[in-house]
Design a protein around this ligand. Structure first.
Ligand code: GAL
Length: 828
């Protein structure tokens, strides 16, 4: 929403039960667009007549949006582990009572939902106003004819997500932001600007702005559209006016070209944003003001030279991500998204694929701000279903509107570089699948001809044989690194990349010895030696690194996934046909193991493997932990990941020798079609076999012969204390901002106890509340909303949320036999 804000200066202020606190990131002007998140009533039940004004709702639960009912749990094997083992289905109702001031008579009143999961139906004062089945798309509904001014109005929303409707955790409820809009008859409708930069040079950029202006009234009128561009310091850099005549009950598109001199480019290193302010004036009065953030940049995709941003090649070091926020569930939170992408950026990520659906507006705001390019994906299913109640049910009726709306909504974001029309859609192997592909491709180009289309194919060679792959602009291959070369040789003109790669799994801080080869371990955990364990198509990250290096025509890769997510607990979670086809064979596994970062955002060892390949600031990493009591004298494989030239390992101060990157290899068990099941020699890992003795292991990375990075792990003694560290000690008192507090169990000398699973109790007092807890264990059934958490591999996470009162939040963590810890977070 933020990028397109609607401000209405002539419409009187609303008297509503509204948020005092529009978020720092969201609503710009409270006159025209109101945050409509506060004071809703909720009941999860199949209710008759709950849309009616007089329905008795006084005993319903009071909540604020965004809201995800399913994250409250409990985890149960009566729910599908594939969708997180959480209650994501059923019927629920939301109601809100509100008053619109008499002064607003004659305005246009609309409600805008950023997304409701799913099958939303909306009534105002008992009148049905519309529905939207797809949970990932925003929609706006006109309430004008039904609003009662100066009296109570009731908006009622029925949400009806079905079981077996997703391959991951979708969340449930009104899980994205909601706004109430009060507009003049003459206004810019939802997603009403389209900004492109057709000509960009160092000297100047042409900014082409197309503005839709609506006259909903029954009088024709003359107006002036004034468009002003400001730079990121708020300085006006261009402005233009255009007289227009607006016929009654009509809509028109107005085109303007503005020039920005010496434009600052939006780039990965310096993501500079500009703001366009569109004012509509009637009789010299501003009746509408609408704001759009945009960037000035060029993108080019070349069949041989990859992706060029502002004329320079950028190798896409990408991640696929589902939309949930781990312990916080699917309810949108700007700070939680920002933190996710900051962690991804610190790993070296520069690209995101919003698998497999339109993201929240907040995610794109974050990527615009951080300089991360994005593939926005529309669908995981077309007409052919992957799950019984998935999008295929809605495809025929809704796909065109959903796809057009997605592009209209997102096409001003400089971060967005491609539109993906689908992931592994089953039509890819159908003889006539190309027809639908062409149709979707044409819709994308009709709405935006400045970005290419793409899709992720997991079949080869079917989508080439049936010509489907030729209907889109850029071909994404899911899990085919060994075949990039052949695919390209056979199709020299295609632009190609790895739209989904690796699918390696692991559990943070868990090591199984001896190193395993695609075996399921009885603990429901996967070893962090990161040798191939995963679905049959999985392979170690190293295999993709090599494929990308050998095939420089490829744009890059998008690993599956950046963060662990709820649901799809592969390699655990086999389908159990005795329970409705649920994935509960390996219960209690119910969250993914795929990512280099766990559900809490804590890096696993694999994070450093990516960092060693994707970043240049000298780093070195070592694994495993060094607490192998009872294994004294046994050989322990020690791995190191680095971007330095060479690494020296010291055990208790004694050198075990240097290993040189590019010269020394590590043999790891790997399995992948194209790479025979067997040992794969990777140059991306250095390793030593070391007889275990307690003490320390230390790695020193050298660059040009000089020490450039060091990491040491010491054998930890008994757990002695709790260590709390907040990612931010000062947060905004806006009722939304979060502080993520890492909780470590340490010995008396401050070493992490790598096997500790102590139960830690939390107390949160003052200007904040506890938002969630978690520990990254994909098989833990503990509630994310408990006021305690067990440590997993020595760590857990507490998330606290600011209230809207300024002050201090005091956090106390206690655990029997451990020294208590306290920390303070200030809210401003
Ligand atoms: C892919 C699919 C993803 C995820 C992944 C797990 O085939 O596109 O959504 O299921 O497999 O490896």
């Amino acid at each position: 929403m933020k990028a397109r804000k609607l401000i209405l200066s002539t419409v009187a202020f609303l008297a509503l039960f509204v948020a005092k606190n529009s978020s720092a990131q969201s609503v710009v002007d409270k006159k025209g667009v109101q945050n409509f998140n506060q004071n809703w009533l909720f009941k999860k039940d199949t209710l008759q007549g709950a849309e009616k004004i007089a329905y008795q709702d006084s005993n319903w639960k009071k909540i604020n949006l965004p809201h995800d009912w399913a994250i409250e749990g409990p985890f149960s094997n009566k729910n599908n582990a594939r969708t997180g083992g959480l209650p994501v289905h059923g019927i629920a109702w939301y109601r809100k009572h509100f008053v619109v001031d008499n002064k607003n008579k004659g305005s246009q009143i609309a409600v805008a939902f950023d997304g409701v999961m799913n099958n939303a139906k909306v009534w105002i004062n008992g009148n049905y106003v519309g529905e939207r089945p797809y949970g990932y798309i925003g929609f706006e509904l006109d309430l004008t004819p039904y609003i009662k001014y100066g009296q109570e109005n009731v908006i009622a929303v029925q949400v009806a997500p079905e079981d077996l409707s997703a391959r991951w955790y979708p969340g449930a409820g009104i899980y994205r932001n909601v706004y109430l809009k009060v507009k003049n008859d003459i206004h810019i409708p939802q997603w009403g600007t389209y900004i492109t930069t057709p000509i960009v040079s160092d000297a100047k950029a042409t900014v082409a702005i197309q503005t839709t202006i609506k006259n909903a009234g029954n009088l024709s009128s003359n107006a002036v559209l004034v468009t002003t561009i400001k730079n990121n310091k708020g300085v006006v850099v261009a402005s233009q006016s255009k007289a227009i005549s607006l016929v009654k009950s009509s809509e028109q598109k107005v085109s303007q070209n503005l020039e920005v001199l010496k434009p600052a480019r939006w780039d990965i290193q310096s993501p500079t944003l500009y703001t366009s302010i569109s004012q509509v004036k009637v009789n010299n009065q501003v009746v509408e003001e609408y704001q759009t953030n945009f960037g000035i940049r060029t993108i080019k995709f070349d069949a041989n030279n990859g992706f060029l941003l502002n004329g320079k090649r950028v190798q896409l070091n990408g991640v696929c991500m589902h939309h949930d926020l781990g312990p916080l569930g699917a309810a949108v939170n700007y700070r939680a998204n920002e933190r996710q992408m900051q962690i991804m950026k610190s790993m070296g990520t520069n690209a995101l694929r919003t698998s497999h659906n339109p993201p929240s507006p907040e995610i794109l705001e974050v990527c615009d701000k951080l300089g991360i390019v994005v593939i926005v994906e529309a669908f995981d299913e077309w007409q052919l279903p992957k799950v019984p109640n998935g999008y295929s049910k809605f495809f025929d009726q809704w796909h065109e509107k959903d796809l057009r709306d997605m592009i209209k909504r997102d096409r001003n974001h400089p971060s967005v570089i491609m539109w993906s029309i689908g992931n592994e859609i089953l039509e890819q192997s159908k003889k006539d699948g190309w027809i639908l592909t062409k149709h979707l491709n044409d819709i994308c180009h009709d709405e935006d001809n400045t970005r290419p289309t793409t899709a992720g194919f997991n079949y080869y060679p079917q989508p080439f044989m049936n010509k489907l792959a030729y209907q889109i602009d850029v071909v994404g291959m899911n899990y085919w690194p060994a075949d990039y070369k052949e695919i390209k040789e056979k199709n020299p003109n295609i632009i190609l990349y790895g739209s989904e790669t690796s699918s390696q799994t692991s559990s943070r801080g868990v090591y199984h010895l001896p190193i395993e080869f695609n075996e399921k371990h009885e603990t429901n955990q996967v070893s962090s030696y990161d040798t191939t364990v995963g679905p049959p198509w999985a392979y170690a990250p190293d295999v993709e690194f090599e494929a990308q290096e050998k095939n420089p025509f490829s744009l890059g890769e998008f690993i599956w996934t950046g963060f662990d997510y709820l649901g799809e607990p592969t390699p655990y979670g086999g389908r159990d046909n005795s329970t409705n086809g649920y994935w509960n064979k390996d219960w209690p596994s119910h969250a993914s193991y795929f990512a280099p970062v766990d559900l809490c955002g804590f890096p696993k060892d694999r994070y450093y493997l990516y960092q060693s390949q994707w970043t240049t600031k000298p780093m070195v990493h070592v694994l495993p932990h060094w607490n192998w009591e009872g294994k004294e004298g046994d050989i322990i494989p020690v791995y190191s990941y680095t971007n330095c030239d060479e690494v020296e390992l010291f055990v208790n101060g004694k050198s075990m020798g240097k290993k040189v990157k590019g010269k020394d290899f590590t043999e790891i068990p790997s399995e992948y079609h194209g790479f025979e099941k067997g040992m794969y020699k990777t140059k991306y890992r250095l390793s030593w076999n070391v007889p275990y003795q307690p003490g320390s292991i230390k790695v020193v990375g050298y660059k040009n012969g000089k020490q450039a990075a060091v990491k040491e792990i010491k054998t930890a003694g008994a757990p002695a204390l709790i260590k709390l560290s907040a990612d931010r000690n000062v947060i905004t008192a806006d009722g939304k901002d979060l502080s993520f507090i890492t909780v470590r169990i340490e010995d008396a000398n401050g070493n992490l106890c790598p096997n500790a699973d102590n139960l830690v109790n939390f107390k949160v007092e003052g200007a904040g509340i506890q938002a969630a807890v978690g520990n990254g264990d994909a098989a833990s059934l503990a509630s994310f909303q408990a006021n305690n958490s067990k440590a997993f591999s020595g760590m857990c996470l507490l998330i606290v949320k600011a209230t809207d009162k300024k002050g201090t939040i005091k956090i106390t963590a206690t655990s029997s036999n451990l020294k208590t810890a306290e920390t303070i977070v200030t809210t401003k």
